[in-house]
Design a protein around this ligand. Structure first.
Ligand code: PNS
Length: 163
């Protein structure tokens, strides 16, 4: 008897660090798919505030509650990661129209390269202005971002900025 096919999707990103906006998308995707792989981009030319291992740990801890999330990292093309892991679908959050142009371009490129589909999920309006880079900038200058990132990330942000 053949096994039922596992419906699997990937949520890719830099996650430097993971925000409540990311978690909103990951959590909602986890209800639509049997398994959601959160894939952290390893970007050699850009050293982040947090190392890849730290981001993976943050993601592992903050997504454990959903029960069907796997955290991984990748370098190179996302479609190659999708092919290797047998993932037919990318899930992306769209915050505003300004996100759309580039996201559409990437979605069409990924589809033309490997037939990988992209599903856009509208971001919860509570987080429509939120990005990891803004979180880092505001936190660096002493602004309160505790309502925008999980407590664990907040703690690590405080420590990192102190250094
Ligand atoms: O969180 P980010 O930095 O906005 O995520 C961007 C990411 C990682 C989703 C995107 O840069 C990506 O897919 N990079 C992998 C390289 C790749 O596949 N490039 C071709 C895109 S069509």
């Amino acid at each position: 008897m053949s096994r039922p096919m596992l419906r699997r999707a990937v949520c890719p990103g830099s996650f430097d660090p993971v925000t409540n906006g990311h978690l909103d998308i990951i959590g909602r995707a986890s209800k639509l798919y049997d398994e959601v792989v959160v894939a952290v981009l390893v970007n050699k030319s850009k050293s982040g505030l947090f190392a890849i291992d730290e981001r993976i740990e943050q993601l592992t801890k903050t997504t454990a509650v959903y029960g069907n999330i796997v955290i991984d990292s990748f370098r190179g093309l996302l479609v190659d990661f999708c092919r290797t892991h047998d993932i037919p679908t990318i899930v992306k959050g769209l915050r505003a129209v300004s996100d759309f142009d580039y996201e559409l371009q990437m979605a069409q490129m990924n589809h033309s390269l490997a037939g990988v589909e992209t599903l856009f999920m509208s971001t919860n309006p509570t987080y429509s202005f939120l990005s990891s880079s803004l979180v880092k900038e505001v936190a660096t200058w002493g602004g309160d971002v505790s309502h925008l990132v999980p407590p664990l990330v907040m703690e690590q942000l405080r420590d990192r900025i102190k250094q």
